[in-house]
Design a protein around this ligand. Structure first.
Ligand code: GGG
Length: 366
């Protein structure tokens, strides 16, 4: 039985490298529970191919129950070629996309921060840029990934046509834009809204709603707009110009992978996906590294767990009410890097990379 202040975290490793990196993040969570008296109760739950093999479902009922009873979810990763064993219908029913939407996780926060230890170390020096610290707020529950109609149709001439619909309502745009404006207000006061309003109708509405919300509620925020193609170039050219960026589902998906290179590796990036706030200000929250299942290195114990570990820092700050512990953990990651711990994705040539578990050890020792 939980104590009154006990927070529940559902830990779901998922597929590919997901379980490996999540195991290290779980160790970190256990450290805070034991050493910092964090009142947290962890329930591990199955998701994906193994769950399908055992139960016939990608998300079995026990996992759904763990998710429903949780204050926060720590997720690993999903996807990979071997998951083709799962029939498309079962996969669709249990996809991460569908889970995020069913939980109404509309605001996906992806902080891009470069660690000094990495920008000082060759050869990352060439691409890890000093002073990058911005957050991409990606709309996560609508847009072209969910719009109807969608499908693949056969045509009378024997050819086939695949189609999707990019669709946003005013309310969907306003709620994620409001979230991003508020975040900008708590940071350096600048918001860049990214769209493709020169050619796409959903983007025309996106820009109109952001401009109206700015005038109505956030005139103190310095708002700018960028087309997505320019934003991709600017992220590579001069990422330190950004404070908060807000964009739709597909643009945010692509731009955040692009931005990851400014931080050294996709393996470094954490994320938080948040739903609407209730009367007490609590939000449904799912934390996960930005990276996917990386099937090429799965099972080898070499993946970078820092994206997952830093997702725990986001959880400490945003759900568990422990901002000081979040800072402690971020500093421990910085110290581990400063002392030279490098997984293969961020290792300099000639320097032996550490394993996933050894990176977890290095963080816990810092
Ligand atoms: N940790 C992020 C991750 O696993 N990404 C893969 C992803 O989002 N796949 C979409 C899906 O399977 O629904």
């Amino acid at each position: 039985m939980s104590g009154t202040n006990m927070m529940r975290v559902a830990v779901i490793g998922g597929e590919g490298i997901g379980p490996e990196v999540t195991a290290q993040a779980s160790r970190v969570l256990a450290w805070f529970s034991e050493r910092r008296r964090l009142p947290v109760e962890v329930a591990e739950a199955e998701f994906g191919l193994e769950a399908y093999r055992r139960t016939g479902k990608v998300i079995p009922p026990e996992t759904r129950a763990a998710i429903e009873g949780a204050d926060a979810i720590l997720f690993g990763a999903t996807g990979g070629p071997e998951t083709a064993e799962v029939p498309p219908e079962a996969r669709r029913e249990g996809s991460l996309l569908k889970l995020r939407r069913s939980l109404d996780l509309y605001a996906n926060l992806r902080p891009i921060v470069t660690d000094p230890a990495l920008y000082d170390s060759a050869p990352l020096k060439e691409r890890v840029l000093n002073g990058v610290d911005f957050v991409i707020v990606r709309e996560l529950s609508s847009g072209i990934y969910f719009g109807e109609p969608r499908g693949i149709e056969s045509r009378p001439d024997g050819s086939r046509r695949g189609f999707n619909t990019n669709s946003y309502t005013s309310e969907e745009i306003r709620r994620v834009a409001r979230f991003a404006f508020e975040l900008a207000r708590s940071r350096r006061g600048r918001l860049c809204s990214v769209d493709k309003a020169n050619v796409m109708e959903a983007s025309v509405l996106w820009r109109e709603e952001v401009i109206a919300l700015h005038a109505d509620e956030f005139p103190d925020i310095k708002l700018s707009h960028m087309y997505v193609d320019n934003a991709a170039m600017q992220i590579v050219r001069a990422p330190s110009q950004f404070d908060v960026m807000v964009t739709d589902n597909i643009f945010g998906d692509i731009l955040s992978d692009c931005a990851a290179m400014a931080a050294g590796s996709l393996g470094m990036l954490p994320s938080a996906s948040l739903g609407p706030a209730d009367a007490q200000g609590r939000r449904t929250a799912l934390y996960e590294p930005v990276h996917g299942s990386a099937p090429d290195i799965a099972g080898r114990g070499i993946a970078n767990p820092l994206g997952s570990i830093l997702s725990v820092a986001m959880m400490l700050r945003l759900t568990l009410g422990r901002p000081d512990d979040a800072i402690l953990l971020e500093r421990a990651v910085g110290d581990a890097l400063a002392h030279g711990a490098r997984t293969a994705d961020i290792a300099e040539p000639g320097r032996a990379p550490v394993s996933t578990a050894a990176m977890g050890d290095a963080v816990l020792a810092s």
